[in-house]
Design a protein around this ligand. Structure first.
Ligand SMILES: [Zn+2]
Ligand SMILES: [Zn+2]
Length: 662
């Protein structure tokens, strides 16, 4: 009898067998998605193969319920890539399949109409490349021509014209009839690149990210497979764009942690890019003004071809970065220093634009009783609640819990309650008070939930409708606004003293990236960085635009303290509603792991267990165990420990190369 081998998208370490419908050749079902009954559930699953078996036992195979796809979606590459993901990111094959080919994408019913959103304008603007750019383009095109796998790291200062190099590589790849994936870290940035690339290459370009509907994705899926679409621009998940003739992958702002997925399977799009590049003999370009330490180390060790662009295009000057010292009081509520206010005022008078940056939502991050000094914490998380002025609510930014602003202290009943600290809404109030005729747009997690708001901010600043763009990290990346001449960072220290090995790297990157939004057009730019720690090396080197010196200090510290990129790392998280149980299980697990490390001589270091930075979140107590060493050994250790399922009621998960240890 003939049975189909089916992969179920659940954390199960084996495949299952189902009977094909009688009248259909099983050959024609391979590679398609099907609906099957699994336990009590009906699941969309993937058909890998079929076999002819001699069936003797009394076991009854179930029939598949429905074939979903008209054409197969799974290729040889899908299967190999799923195996790679399953092994390296510690998930089941089914979970890996579901990542590459979402179960949710679906064919439109006949009644639905597609709206083709394709731009028609093709403008061939003449753009003269600098000598550095020409050299870079030649190096890349040579590899494209040779049809051989190569990784490039373009370390180009902000406004050094990386986008022109990308465009030239894309042009060359298209000429060779190859397809292109381009990744940017934020959905908001896809709009800008879509505009640029459509203008240069016309149609055949699509956007691919979580905001695209499942019906649209299904349609695009086959268009990409059939070469009707040639360029996919998107956020992290676009790395799985199903091109079969892939020639070029570009990852812009490669240092960005958005390329690492936090939820399981916690894959890293940069690693997937290398894998797919190798598979297709394609060229992979990583680009950044502030490369990740990993990539730069690889480049210095000649594992990646390094291209350095040290000058801004047209010899534009680097913006001057001024460091202003905030007074070092724990509960200071001052947002803008007098010198910052003066600079904003002068810029407004010149009719130039300003970006004000603060990576903290809400109005004030601390609500405290003055009498007994108790701070209002979320009942479900070990973190202070943030005051949001418009709704007069306290909000938890981790679990979303809301509370009314208390009138009296719940502990000592005093009514002397104050709010401290600076959130972005407070900066907005202050800007409105100081510059009441200026048009201000605030873009943060509370205002940007609709995609329209991104576009409104982007177009509004571009067209000069707004004078000041005020925003959180979503405005720090990649935006290109030629009329912005002043950038103010209200507080550069937000990440600096987090207990994480990447804290300094993140701070350096952020200042450089935010500063890079200034002076991109014909006007010189200025940047003001307010900080309580002007002497910190991350801030000093950022001020001098000195990546290399920063790299040298930082890599030396990682070497001494044994952190990536000088080793690989894994984070095991243990979560339970009962703190004692979480502690006990973490302790038990760490003993099991230590014994395995000894028994198999694995050369791994284990740290912890210890409480996570936010020790309670969403009602769960969180413990961490950190493992350092070679990735191969870490994966082996996880394999040996046979998952941690024995602790049934406690959640345990493992993340390989986590983007932080918080
Ligand atoms: Zn009190
Ligand atoms: Zn909470």
């Amino acid at each position: 009898m003939i049975v189909l081998e089916v992969v179920i998208p659940l954390p199960l370490n084996k495949n299952f067998y189902y009977l094909p419908p009688k009248d259909i050749d099983p050959e024609h079902i391979i590679g398609k998605r099907v609906k099957v009954q699994f336990g009590r559930r009906i699941l969309i699953s993937y058909v890998l193969s079929y076999k002819n078996i001699v069936h003797t036992s009394t076991f009854k195979f179930k029939k598949i319920i429905k074939i979903i796809d008209e054409n197969p979606l799974i290729t040889k590459e899908t299967i190999k890539l799923a195996n790679y993901i399953s092994k390296n990111y510690i998930c089941s094959l089914g979970e890996a399949f579901a990542l590459i080919i979402p179960t949710t994408i679906k064919l439109a019913t006949k009644s639905m109409e597609y709206k083709e959103i394709m731009s028609e304008k093709i403008v061939n603007k003449k753009y003269i490349l600098s000598i550095d750019q020409i050299n870079a383009v030649n190096l890349i095109n040579k590899k494209l021509q040779d049809n051989c796998f190569a990784n490039f790291l373009i370390h180009g200062v902000t406004a050094s014209g990386k986008t022109e190099i990308y465009a030239n590589a894309i042009k060359y790849a298209l000429k060779q009839n190859k397809n292109i994936i381009m990744l940017v870290p934020e959905i908001s940035l896809t709009i800008q690149f879509m505009d640029i690339m459509t203008e240069k290459f016309g149609q055949n370009i699509c956007l691919w990210h979580s905001g695209i509907s499942n019906i649209e994705k299904y349609r695009l899926f086959f268009k990409m497979k059939n070469n009707d679409i040639r360029i996919a621009i998107g956020a992290r998940s676009a790395i799985f764009a199903p091109f079969e003739n892939l020639g070029l992958i570009i990852i812009d702002e490669e240092h960005d942690q958005a390329y690492k997925q936090e939820q399981k399977p916690s894959y890293d799009a940069r690693e997937i890019a290398k894998w797919r590049g190798k598979y297709h003999n394609a060229v992979v370009i990583f680009g950044s003004a502030t490369p990740s330490l990993e990539s730069y180390k690889n480049a210095l060790e000649k594992k990646i071809i390094l291209i350095e662009l040290n000058e801004r295009v047209c010899r534009k000057k680097f913006p001057e970065i001024k460091i202003l010292t905030l007074e070092n009081k724990p509960f200071s509520s001052r947002s803008l220093l007098p010198e910052t206010i003066e600079a904003i005022s002068k810029t407004l008078l010149k009719n130039e634009q300003i970006i004000v940056f603060l990576n903290r939502r809400g109005y004030s991050p601390v609500v405290m009783c003055k009498k007994c000094a108790s701070v209002y914490q979320c009942s479900r998380c070990s973190i202070a609640m943030v005051f949001h002025k418009n709704q007069k609510l306290l909000k938890c930014h981790y679990c979303g819990e809301n509370k009314k602003l208390p009138i009296t202290c719940s502990i000592c009943k005093s009514s002397d309650i104050t709010i401290f600290g600076v959130g972005i809404q407070k900066v907005e109030d202050e800007l409105i008070r100081l510059f009441n005729s200026a048009k201000i747009f605030r873009l943060d997690g509370d205002t940007a939930f609709s995609k329209n708001n991104y576009e409104r901010a982007y177009n509004g600043i571009k067209n000069g409708e707004y004078d000041i763009l005020l925003g959180t990290q979503m405005i720090a990346k990649g935006f290109d606004f030629p009329k912005v001449s002043l950038v103010c960072m209200v507080n550069a220290d937000m990440q600096l003293y987090l207990p994480d090995f990447k804290a300094a790297e993140r701070t350096f990157q952020l200042i450089t990236q935010v500063a890079g939004r200034s002076g991109r057009g014909n006007i010189d730019g200025t940047v003001i960085v307010q900080t309580k720690h002007p002497q910190h090396y991350a801030i000093k080197y950022a001020k001098n635009h000195d990546f290399l010196s920063f790299y040298k200090v930082e890599i030396e510290q990682r070497r001494q303290l044994f952190y990536p990129p000088c080793c690989d790392i894994a984070k095991i998280s243990i979560r339970d509603k009962n703190e004692k149980i979480a502690e006990k299980i973490a302790e038990k697990l760490s003993i099991i792991l230590i014994n395995l490390i000894k028994q198999y001589n694995l050369e791994l270091k284990l740290l912890g267990p210890s409480s996570a930075y936010i020790s309670k979140m969403n009602g769960f107590y969180r413990k961490h165990i950190i493992i350092k060493g070679y990735k191969e050994n870490i994966i082996k250790l996880v394999g040996l420990s046979k998952n941690f399922k024995q602790f049934s009621r406690t959640f345990t998960s493992i993340e390989i190369m986590p983007s932080d240890l918080l």
